[in-house]
Write a protein that binds this ligand. Structure first.
Ligand code: ADP
Ligand code: ZN
Ligand code: ZN
Length: 766
């Protein structure tokens, strides 16, 4: 064990279990993690707590400690406090000081970081950086005010006096103060052209006071606080009431609110948050960034006013910091934001809401590759808070847990404003082709579009771009080329090979359909731009807007397009999945899904689930207003269960089929899957490393039910001259995979052969 002090390093686990540990009477030691980017220093170090800090020092604090041979003053975080030390006491160093102006970290967030490190892999530093998104303090912006100290009558007399004396600047300022007794300093200086000597003079005369206030930049600007008068539907009532009752009884469950699109889930969240806020607690609301629109924020603002704040990627580091400070200081009750808002340091967190919980953006792409859903449940457990997951199309994971009784299921089956669900029509594109229609718009869709245009109703055309990466399918029979060993489609790689991303199987590219012999087989490629052009040609009188990656690059472009469409500036909106996310356009009565299969044959076991979700969301866009809506789903594979279930708007039917498939294949949530990503500049070394890793896992797994697959191609074999491979581990129990990960991490650490190989774990990848 690491006993060569100086830099007293040792793994966290050794502190408690290590042999020869010494218990000391009054001496208390702190476990400290040094904030250095170097991964090899990602260890827990022990330091002695000086007497003067004994009562003050708490886990989560940032401290300065002497580090290394030169005793360089170095920043660190306290991750724990204990009365024992595993090292030679005479060599243990002492903490120098507590850093005062840092954001103090809540101890619970550190515990959460430790849990994340354990369950998702990576280092403690990486986990800490995730839960403490802001470390650098930016200069606080100070706002100055001028406050009138005189009553109105005296003020008016003063004004007359200045006018009489022809002191025009003083008169201008006095008049302004009589209008508004608290003036912003900047405003006074710029708009009224007042100079500092004038202000000082009036200050000396006791007319006004110059005050400054540290202001938090607040991204939520005011608006109407009027709340629309709505009466809950019986289903909304039931969901909200059950939550309220159980919450007040002290029960802290994880609820899955399964409500069809338009069932009024947001209103229910707001009611639940009210319950929690009334008890003096705070709430976090996670919303996918793309759905975090002004309208959404305003719905919360109307209920909670200035006590709502938001986090999003458009805020500056300073603004984010301010929001964290406001949250910590108890100035806000509700934080709305994407995944990272989960770590808002509220003093008494009462509830975490995750809207659209099935969205893949809730899984982090960076180490630790945590999932916000599981992490929220863990954070809630640590803080004694509740969790509400909401979706019209719950993830298989969430529904699986709800069925097992881990989550409480709340269901809302009808739309809130008496609108009926849209009518769904499925069009078989193979039949269209047989009848000689080569257009991407089926005849039925064209007819319905004409009809809507003549009635001046709006249309959304949705192209799922996820399948863009080039699966190969037959335009004649719909056959998609699949791997013989896995239930996934092959992807075309440059050089003409078709490759399975799960097992590495490859074969030459086909030139005719193996199923029907048709030469019309190839990569399915069609972009939104082509569709926009085509629609304009087909319907010359219609105004068309397009929303995709290209048209939304600029700041706020996304909101502008949506606003233009909402204002009726266009008849047709063509777009990618961006357009199906939760937007409410009452005048849209027709939604066309141009190629429903495009998300089906991606090389991912979740493709059926993604397809069902996207189609259901798209269908949910039609008929949100007074008129009912129609949806046309165009597909080459109308019999696929994901498409059939979406057409029938039948979640249960989809779930039953999908879970049976996952169980059969051993995919999550039935079983658990870890992707061990390996990358290295040296292809041969990588190959060898992966081989040894696999051998090692096979050796240590013993009788455990673990399947080791690969090493396989991760899809892209080389990025910027770094070669990549992946090994998949499958096991019924998540904990088995965590244990294997721990052993692998140790193995990698002590074998210098892995020094040049970069390894990452991804649990239940998405
Ligand atoms: P979801 O999130 O389930 O799709 P929303 O909460 O966005 O649904 O509600 C859809 C629309 O219906 C919103 O405009 C909302 O204000 C409105 N709404 C929600 N509940 C009711 C209700 N009980 N009565 C009338 N309108 C409602
Ligand atoms: Zn074919
Ligand atoms: Zn395969």
């Amino acid at each position: 064990m690491c006993r060569e002090t100086g830099a007293q390093h040792c793994q966290a686990a050794d502190i408690n279990t290590g042999t020869g540990e010494q218990k000391t009477g009054g001496n208390v030691f702190a476990d400290i993690i040094i904030d250095i980017k170097h991964e090899k220093l990602d260890k827990i170090f022990q330091y002695r707590i000086p007497d003067r800090m004994e009562n003050e020092l708490k886990p989560g604090m940032e401290v300065i400690v002497p580090f290394g041979n030169g005793n360089r003053p170095t920043k660190g975080y306290v991750t724990g406090i204990s009365d024992r030390c595993s090292y030679d006491l005479s060599k243990v160093k002492e903490i120098t000081e507590i850093s005062r102006d840092s954001v103090e970290i809540e101890a619970k967030l550190i515990a959460l970081a430790a849990w994340m490190k354990e369950n998702y892999g990576g280092t403690m530093i990486q986990a800490l950086k995730t839960v403490l998104p802001i470390k650098q303090k930016e200069n606080a912006r100070v706002k100055k005010y001028l406050r009138l100290l005189l009553d109105e009558e005296t003020g008016k007399a003063r004004l007359d006096y200045y006018l009489e004396k022809n002191q025009r600047a003083r008169a201008r300022l006095m008049a302004a103060l009589l209008d508004d007794p608290v003036l912003e300093y900047d405003l006074a200086v710029k708009k009224l052209h007042i100079t500092l000597p004038v202000i000082r003079a009036l200050e000396e005369q006791g007319v006004l006071a110059l005050e400054s206030e540290r202001v938090y930049r607040n991204p939520v600007r005011g608006g109407s606080r009027e709340t629309p008068d709505i009466t809950f539907t019986p289903e909304q009532q039931q969901a909200a009431e059950r939550f309220r009752r159980e919450y007040r009884e002290g029960k802290r469950y994880t609820y899955l609110l399964h409500g069809v699109t338009g069932s009024g889930k947001t209103e229910v969240y707001i009611d639940m948050i009210r319950t929690v806020v009334q008890m003096g607690k705070q709430a976090i609301v996670l919303i996918p960034e793309i759905a975090l629109t002004y309208q959404t924020v305003m719905r919360f603002y109307r209920h909670f006013g200035q006590r709502v704040s938001i986090m999003n990627s458009r805020l500056s580091a300073g603004e984010r910091y301010d929001q964290m400070m406001r949250a910590k200081a108890g100035e806000i009750d509700v934080m709305i934001g994407p995944r990272s808002a989960l770590f808002t340091p509220f003093p008494d967190l009462g509830l975490i809401v995750i809207d659209e919980e099935h969205e893949p953006t809730y899984k982090s792409e960076q180490v630790p590759r945590y999932h916000a859903r599981e992490t929220a449940v863990m954070r809630a457990e640590l803080e004694g808070a509740g969790v509400v997951l909401g979706s019209a199309t719950p993830s298989l994971e969430a529904m699986y847990r709800a069925r097992k009784g881990e989550y409480v299921l709340l269901t809302m089956k009808s739309r809130s404003r008496m609108q009926s669900m849209a009518r769904v029509h499925t069009v078989d594109l193979r039949a269209e082709l047989k009848d000689g229609n080569r257009s991407i718009l089926s005849r039925q869709l064209q007819e319905m579009m004409e009809e809507r245009l003549s009635r001046r109703e709006q249309i959304m055309l949705f192209l799922n771009r996820r399948g863009y990466s080039g699966f190969v399918s037959c335009r004649e029979c719909g056959y998609a080329v699949k791997c013989p060993h896995c239930d996934v489609s092959l992807s075309v790689h440059r050089g003409g090979k078709m490759v399975c991303h799960y097992c590495g199987y490859e074969q030459p590219k086909v030139t005719c359909c193996p199923e029907c012999g048709s030469p019309y087989i190839g990569e399915f490629r069609a972009g939104t731009q082509q569709i926009e052009d085509m629609v304009k040609k087909r319907f010359p009188g219609a105004a068309v807007l397009r929303m995709d990656m290209d048209t939304t690059r600029q700041k706020d472009a996304h909101e502008k397009i949506l606003a233009a469409f909402a204002n009726g500036e266009a008849d047709i909106l063509v777009g990618t999945q961006m357009i199906v996310k939760g937007h409410d356009f009452p005048n849209v009565t027709l939604v066309g899904v141009l190629a429903a299969d495009m998300s089906l044959y991606t090389d991912d076991y979740r493709s059926g689930e993604r397809t069902f979700q996207l189609l259901t969301q798209a269908a949910g866009r039609a008929g949100r207003g007074e008129r009912s809506g129609d949806v046309v789903i165009q597909t080459y594979d109308p019999a696929h269960y994901a498409i059939e279930a979406a057409a029938a708007q039948d979640y249960e039917m989809f779930y039953q089929q999908e879970i049976a498939y996952r169980e059969m294949m051993g995919y999550p949530p039935a079983e658990n899957l870890t992707a061990v990503h390996a990358a290295c500049e040296d292809e041969e070394l990588l190959e060898k490393g992966c081989h040894f890793l696999k051998e090692y896992v096979l050796r240590i797994k013993g009788q455990a039910a673990v399947q080791v697959i690969g090493p396989a191609s991760p899809g892209i074999d080389k990025i910027r001259d770094i070669y990549r491979r992946v090994i998949y581990l499958k096991a019924p129990e998540y904990d088995t995979l965590v244990k294997i990960k721990d052993r692998m991490e140790q193995y990698i650490e002590i074998n210098s052969g892995f020094d040049k190989i970069w390894i990452q774990f991804d649990f239940n990848p998405m």
